[in-house]
Design a protein around this ligand. Structure first.
Ligand code: PNS
Length: 173
């Protein structure tokens, strides 16, 4: 039984994250999506509880996926869970250097853990939580970039300009 962990800030979850969760859930027996609970670090738009709610709602149909929060070092959290694999999404070469460093650090801290990468689907390769928040703050349509659970909460927080030109069909590439 391989237990994998997909860690992240998920502030908020977007379609690239959803794609990685779905694909990882098909590879591993059990997948924990782990939200970094570190309110002192940045200035998140969503609380940890809100980010968890979005993730739970969006992954409700995936029986082997659970959502959790963690504090401190990921390598230690992996130890407490008894999980063997870290899953990360890679969008572009620009992600690689940072992820390579993290993978080496985590392996150094916990040699029992392997980091694996899932290449984000091309059609979501330009999507990040930071850009989604920026677009939504300007009232742009982000309905094609995020799951419905995220869109609803963005509307509630930032106003309904967020879904002004709602079109549920993402461009396919
Ligand atoms: O979604 P993000 O912001 O890219 O996620 C980054 C995350 C949460 C995976 C990373 O910051 C992390 O693992 N933080 C926990 C602290 C840690 O273990 N750092 C690595 C050694 S410095």
């Amino acid at each position: 039984m391989i237990h994998a962990v997909y860690p992240g800030s998920f502030d908020p979850m977007h379609n690239g994250h959803a794609d990685v969760v779905r694909r990882a859930s098909r590879i591993y027996d059990k997948l924990t999506v782990a939200v970094l609970d570190n309110p002192s670090k940045r200035d998140p738009l969503f609380t940890t509880d809100e980010r968890i709610e979005i993730l739970r709602e969006t992954t409700a149909d995936m029986a082997n996926v659970t959502v959790d929060r963690f504090e401190g070092l990921l390598a230690e959290y992996m130890r407490t869970l008894g999980a063997a694999v870290i899953v990360k999404g890679l969008r572009a070469i620009s992600d690689f250097e940072y992820e390579l460093q993290m993978a080496h650090l985590n392996r150094n801290l916990n040699p029992d853990v392997e980091t694996t990468f899932i290449m984000t689907a091309t059609r979501w390769s330009y999507v990040s939580s930071t850009r989604v928040k920026e677009l939504a703050r300007y009232g742009a349509d982000v309905s094609r970039l995020v799951p419905p659970a995220t869109l609803r909460r963005l509307e509630a927080k930032l106003g309904d300009g967020v879904a002004r030109h709602a079109d549920p069909q993402p461009p396919r590439r």
